[in-house]
Design a protein around this ligand. Structure first.
Ligand SMILES: [Zn+2]
Length: 439
């Protein structure tokens, strides 16, 4: 029935964004202070709280003597829960810690083993803490990393007779998938300079028109890169092979894509927007500059920002975030509270994107109402059991003359309705659960 349509974003937002923060270099006290500012409306050392549903990542293992160490669930590389463990559990329950930034901060291949992966996952499972998103980056020492574009071997089965690195004990992606990880980000190769995913894109936006390349040197470099990439696309047309050492131009510009790991398992790989040399807290203001934000909203795209909020270049400031970063976050909050930019936690935003693309629904009209039935997924390949919470934000547009009922698993679900008298339409949304500050 074409009287009813599914809106791209929850009403009334025009675009969507999350800050996908890597926890590197963030102490526990800074983490709490930053999130008190981001998530609550309390008065904090960084100013009045912003009330934003922004989440963060965490580590299960970490070595406190390292320069970029953060806090971790277990003490160092051992199996004893640290003093931070109860807090980490509370923040995972609250949905504020919702990304495993790999298992931990390891500096040597020998720091990690399958046993440690199993121990970490069992511990999360024991407390029924479900995390759906995984991110990893780093060099050759990060053997735990998964995805064939990363340096890691965490998704390479290493059983006897396999021939591939049988002496290594780092295979664990089967455990991750059994546990419930569904989305992953593999490496800086999955960084994009395109503003706004799941929106139409022009070739030049990846290069000389990208807002990430400012200044003569970077602009020139991006023009050269653009020409070579263009040649690469032509080459690909005839040979079906790319020759550029960087990510080829991606005209599809999707936020998430099905990806097969080297053990055959399927995950959803997502893109993050950013730059591998501009990923400090101090870079936030530039990464989300006026051009970027205007472009994102105008294009109605998605943006998942790659950043390390806790890594501050100049530690001279008295607060744990630079003033420019605080001001930029304030601007993001304004756009959110004005109903222009939908800000959500990383896992909710990714889940919303997946559900929005793949949900199958049908609508019918009775004398008394419109009935919308959510009946399943287009992509059955993916083993995903949805809860009502995962459907939060889905917004249908319907004529305003009758009540709208939405059914999930044959039950009518609670909805929020906004009437638009000017157009005689109504926006009917499945409510988005609120983030509850756990302290
Ligand atoms: Zn990191």
């Amino acid at each position: 029935m074409d009287k009813i349509t599914l809106r791209k974003f929850p009403y009334p937002y025009q675009a969507a964004m999350t800050i996908s923060n890597d926890i590197d270099g963030t102490s526990l006290s800074n983490f709490i202070e930053i999130h008190r500012f981001l998530n609550t409306n309390e008065s904090t050392s960084l100013g009045e709280g912003l009330g934003l549903p922004i989440s963060d990542s965490f580590w299960m293992y970490d070595n406190p003597i390292l320069e970029n160490s953060a806090f971790s669930y277990f003490e160092k590389l051992g199996s004893t829960p640290s003093n931070a463990a109860p807090l980490i559990r509370d923040f995972i329950k609250a949905g504020i810690l919702d990304v495993m930034h790999s298992y931990g901060n390891f500096v040597a291949i020998s720091d990690f083993s399958r046993k440690m992966a199993a121990h970490a996952i069992n511990e999360l499972d024991r407390y029924n803490l479900k995390v759906k998103v995984w991110t990893n980056h780093g060099g050759i020492e990060s053997i735990q990393n998964i995805g064939n574009r990363s340096w890691g071997k965490g998704d390479l089965p290493t059983h006897e007779g396999n021939g591939t690195a049988a002496h290594l004990d780092c295979y664990h992606s089967d455990l991750l998938i059994d546990y419930g990880i569904r989305f992953y980000w593999d490496s800086v190769e999955s960084l994009t300079s395109l503003v706004g995913q799941d929106a139409p894109v022009h070739f030049s936006e990846a290069y000389w028109r990208s807002p990430l390349y400012s200044g003569f040197k970077l602009k020139t470099k991006s023009i050269i890169k653009g020409y070579i990439s263009f040649a690469d696309l032509l080459h690909f047309k005839f040979t079906k092979r790319h020759f550029v050492p960087w990510q080829p131009f991606d005209a599809q510009n999707q936020l998430i894509q099905f990806d097969q790991l080297r053990d055959g398992n399927i995950l959803l790989r997502f893109k993050r927007f950013g730059h591998n040399k501009l990923d400090w807290s101090d870079d936030l203001d530039f990464l989300l500059n006026e051009k970027v934000l205007n472009h994102l909203i105008k294009k109605s795209g998605y943006l998942v920002l790659y950043i390390h909020l806790g890594n501050v270049k100049s530690r001279q400031e008295s607060t744990c975030l630079p003033v420019m970063t605080i001001n930029k976050l304030r601007q993001i909050a304004e756009l959110y509270h004005q109903g222009k930019l939908w800000v959500q936690t990383a896992s909710r935003l990714l889940m919303y994107n997946f559900v929005h693309h793949s949900i199958k629904w049908k609508a019918e009209e009775t004398d008394a109402n419109y009935q919308i039935h959510l009946v399943g997924f287009h992509q059955a390949v993916f083993n995903l059991h949805l809860s009502l919470e995962d459907l939060g934000g889905l917004t249908f547009i319907a004529p305003a003359d009758k009540e709208v009922l939405i059914f999930f698993n044959d039950r009518a679900v609670a909805t929020e309705v906004v009437l638009d008298k000017n157009t005689s339409r109504q926006f009917v949304m499945i409510p988005i659960p609120e983030i509850k500050w756990p302290l």
